[in-house]
Structures are given as C-alpha cells and as structure tokens.
Design a protein around this ligand. Structure first.
Ligand code: PLP
Length: 369
C-alpha cells in the first residue's frame, strides 16, 4: 500500500477517510454498462437501505452522480404534485437551500421560518398545516449543518402524516452517524452523499424513499431532465444502471466504506462521533471559547464556535496555521454571529482532537501576538 498523508478534516464533509477506502478506488478500468458493475450497484443500493433500517419491500434507494445538493434538487423537483405546495420547516442555511430550489423551479412553497438558534416550534408547524390544506409535502433538514442543531424530524414527520402529507428530510449530515430508522422516524424520503457519514468519496449521492410514492410521482409535473427521481428509479429497475455515466471509482470506494460501516457498527460509530464531539467541547472549554448553540439541541456532530473577542483574531491565519499541520477548520454559516465550525464527521478519534487543540493553541499564540 502507498503511504498517504492523513489529514484530520474538521469541516462538515467531505470527511477523513481510511486508506482502505482511498485505495478501493484503484481498480481495473471497467465500462459501467457491464453486468458486473450493475451487480455492484445492486448490492450498494440494498446496503444503503440497511443503514437506515428501511424495509426492502417498501423503500428503495436511487443513486445520482453529483454532490449532496443534487438530492435536494431531485426530491423537490420530482415530488410536488400539480396544484399542491411544499412546506419547508426552515431554521437554517440548508433548509434555505431547499427554499431556493423551490424558487428556481417556481414550485409553490411556504417558507416557514424559525430562529437559526433554535429548534422549530412544532405548534407553529401544526398551525401551518391546519391553515394550508394544499400542502402535499413537508420538508425539514435533520441535522442543520450550518449551526449544528438536530431537528425533531420524528415529530415533524408525524404532523405531516397526520395531515396527509409526505415527509422529506435532508439527512445528508446525519445519515450513517446518528442512528436513523425511516419507519419509526416517519421519514418517507431521506438522502445523503457518500462523502459524509459513510466516510467515502464525493461524487455519489443517493435518495432513499418509499417506492409507492416514487411510482406515484410518475404523473407529477416534470421540472428537470437530468434530476428526475422517477426517471432514474425506472432506469435502475429496468437495467440495474444509472441513466447516465455513474461515478465509477467513487462507487468502489463507497462499497468499501459500507463494509467498514457495518464492521464498526451503527451504535459504536455513533458513540465514536459522540466522543469526538465531547472532546471538541472540552478543548473549547479549556481555552474559554464560547459556542453559539445551546448544547442540549446540538447534533453532536458540528460545533459552531464564536470568534474570540479579540481584534487580533484572524480566521484565515489560524486556519492556515492548522492546515499546514494537517488539521482543517471551517468557516461558520450563521449570518448574525461570527463563527467557525469544528466537526466530528469522518474516521477520526478523540486523540485527533487532542492533537488538534495542541496545534490550535499554538496557532492562537502565534496569531494573536
Ligand atoms: C453537505 C450537505 C449537503 C450537500 O452539500 P454539497 O456541497 O452539495 O455536497 C446538503 N445538506 C446538508 C444538510 C449538508 O450538510
């Protein structure tokens, strides 16, 4: 095996991967239209269902070539019936992305805005559903990566279903890290990209959703050619292949990553991410740095750290100092508070965070002097 430098990525994905996942991409050239390759994708689609405990006879997974946002695009442009609305439960940047997609496709929508520092108020969601009987789809991000808040999707899904609507959740930054059970959690559609919780490479994204609803969407207004959910689903069912060229090497990496996911185990992996997160908070407490979100509503995967109250603070300088030493920190995404983010995604351990804080403390000493 070649020696690959290990970087500790504290950005919210792509995440630190294992060498075995990196090396899984080095394979003989293959035409993805070969039966051998279709077989690999079949196994991959079925493994993805297992990650979210989706019963095979009710749910299916559909693969796309693109970054995670392609899933949001696909779900929104494909799953809103004619003359119906989508309600976006919006408490942050990633839900706002869904609103932007609605605007781009001119899809009737309600942007139900909440504070970015809090969880959405369920009573307000309930009232909105009550007042808008033409809402056919409710949408909410599970883990709002912009702040680090974990949204109450089980409860929001329950409200959606009670009013006869379907529920889509953007689980891009939680799937494979925080246990998710689509049936118990009232999720009709969820999604992720291979580069986040699964610890594989960027370029492969997937939607997991209810087969009956995908079939029903065949007759919905079509708003995109490349990104239509039914079209891609039908292609997989008929031929076992993606409609257009798949990200071949990324698929090999994802298969290896899934193997390692099941070896580590859902609960053990969750506990590891949690331990990394706790170590991040301990380090911040030691340095007296404050965070922007109440710990009780944090996902345990992303920490939004307030900029130190010091005029000499320079994010770029601190970033570069850490980057040169193998650690990547990431800018924040809260427009009303200056923050940066430290994340617990990827194949990293509490020891990595302790090593990071040694470097980070040095960076502060150098940059604030
Ligand atoms: C990362 C992420 C996405 C996808 O972002 P891309 O840059 O397109 O990969 C979507 N939703 C959430 C919540 C995310 O964290």
């Amino acid at each position: 095996m070649v020696n690959i430098k290990r970087n500790v990525l504290l950005n919210p994905g792509p995440a630190t991967t294992t060498d075995s996942v990196k090396m899984a991409q080095v394979v003989p050239d293959i035409c993805p239209r070969e039966k051998e390759f279709a077989k690999l994708m079949k196994g991959l689609r079925s493994d993805l269902l297992k990650v979210v405990h989706a019963p095979e006879d009710e749910y299916t997974s559909v693969l796309f070539c693109g970054s995670g946002t392609i899933n949001i695009d696909v779900c929104i442009n494909s799953l809103v019936p004619a003359d119906k609305k989508i309600l976006i439960v919006n408490n942050g940047a990633y839900n706002t992305r869904a609103v932007e997609i609605c605007k781009m496709y001119h899809i009737p929508h309600i942007d139900l805005k909440f504070s970015v520092y809090e969880r959405p108020d369920l009573a307000v969601v309930e009232t909105a559903m009550n007042e808008n009987p033409d809402v056919a789809v409710v949408y909410c991000c599970h883990h709002e990566t912009g702040t680090g808040i974990l949204n109450p999707i089980r409860e929001i899904g329950e409200i959606a279903h009670r009013y006869g609507a379907i529920f889509i959740s953007d689980t891009t930054s939680s799937l494979g890290m925080i246990p998710l059970d689509v049936v118990k959690d009232n999720v009709d559609f969820c999604m992720a990209s291979a580069q986040k919780g699964l610890q594989a490479m960027s370029g492969l994204s997937f939607v997991i959703g209810r087969t009956d609803l995908i079939k029903a969407s065949k007759d919905y207004p079509t708003r995109s050619y490349y990104c239509n959910l039914y079209m891609q689903y039908e292609c997989f069912e008929k031929t076992g292949e993606m409609h257009f060229t798949p990200p071949v090497q990324t698929i090999y990496a994802t298969l290896q990553a899934l193997k390692e996911y099941f070896e580590e185990g859902e609960e053990a992996k969750f506990a590891r991410h949690r331990a990394v997160y706790e170590t991040i908070h301990e380090g911040l407490d030691r340095l007296g740095l404050e965070t922007a979100i109440d710990r009780g509503i944090e996902s345990g995967l992303v920490v939004s750290v307030k900029y130190p109250d010091d005029p000499r603070w320079d994010f770029e300088k601190v970033h570069d100092y850490c980057y040169e030493r193998g650690f990547t920190i990431y800018p924040g995404k809260i427009s009303t508070t200056d923050t940066f983010r430290l994340c617990a995604l990827g194949k990293i351990y509490p020891e990595d965070i302790n090593d990071f804080f040694k470097v980070f403390e040095e960076a502060l000493n150098v940059c604030l002097s």
